[in-house]
Ligand binder design. Structure first.
Ligand code: NDP
Length: 247
């Protein structure tokens, strides 16, 4: 596991947006960021799930989060621009974005990949993160230091049979991270990625239905690297793709 221990108030005063915050790794990250003092903007598809995370954070006595229900599949550049305007009006700055939402699609032989599934996966896993980042750059620049974190995967670094569009979307995510990191080098914005590694979530279970889920680390247990990249302890880190379960 990536080793990092954050100070109790490491994220105090920071505003951090998490996509896919209603379930799995995104839910764990939102709760962790709030526990370390951040005001979290919970973005996701299913409002009920976001409300449940909101309730947990408030009940724990952490800063009150905001909820943004949004389906990244259908969202347009205008949705993201409007959201950025609301964040600017409400908070005045944004210190971090965790691009975590993702879909697996269907694992299938290359010859069976259909264009609709391909396009949906690219839209949710890649294009939405690009458009959201683009819209948020001005409000991120208002923070003293801002961290953009993308979510990669082992199949985003080494191709694997049958992982089709999901794998390609993660390769492209690594590329987007690298070019943005290079472009914003020297500015207040740093850009990195995390490969969570096999983690006990619904997505993992869909990819490996025969696997013993209890043998996998929980989303909560892989949080050190998620905290590290949002805290000021990682100010000099830019253009890196880190492994949450680094040996
Ligand atoms: P889950 O399926 O458990 O959670 C995915 C989250 O993304 C959910 O909150 C979901 O919302 C949200 N989401 C999906 N589609 C949309 C959409 N169209 N609009 C808005 N939100 C959406 O997955 P994980 O937590 O396992 O995965 C999180 C990230 O980690 C993904 O990027 C995944 O590719 C990556 N990853 C995961 C690994 C693992 O082993 N778990 C390994 C490597 C990478 P809702 O529930 O409302 O649909």
């Amino acid at each position: 596991m990536f080793v990092y221990q954050a100070a109790p108030n490491a994220l105090a005063g920071k505003v951090i947006l998490v996509t896919g915050a209603g379930d799995g790794i995104g839910k764990a990250a939102a709760k962790t960021y709030a526990a370390f003092g951040a005001t979290v903007i919970l973005l996701g598809k299913t409002t009920k799930k976001l409300e449940a995370v909101y309730d947990e954070i408030v009940a724990a006595g952490h800063p009150e989060p905001a909820i943004v229900p949004l389906d990244l599949k259908g969202a347009t550049a205008k949705h993201y621009k409007d959201m950025a305007a609301t964040i600017t009006a409400e908070f005045g700055k944004l210190d971090g974005v965790l691009h975590n939402a993702g879909i697996l699609g269907v694992l299938s032989p290359f010859e069976h990949i259909d264009l609709e599934t391909w396009n949906d996966i690219m839209q949710v896993n890649l294009t939405s993160a690009m458009l959201l980042s683009q819209a948020l750059i001005p409000v991120l620049k208002k923070a003293p230091h801002a961290s953009i974190v993308f979510t990669s995967s082992g199949v985003g670094r080494q191709g694997r049979a049958y992982w089709g569009p999901y794998a390609v979307s993660k390769f492209a995510t690594e590329g987007l991270m690298q070019l943005m990191a290079d472009e914003y080098e020297g500015s207040v914005i740093r850009v990195n990625a995390i490969n969570p590694g096999a983690t006990r979530t619904k997505m993992r279970n869909r990819a490996y239905p025969g696997e013993d889920q209890l043998s996998l680390p929980t989303a909560d247990s892989i949080m050190p690297v998620y905290l590290y990249l949002m805290s000021d302890d990682s100010l000099s880190v830019n253009g890196q793709s880190l492994d949450a379960q680094q040996k």
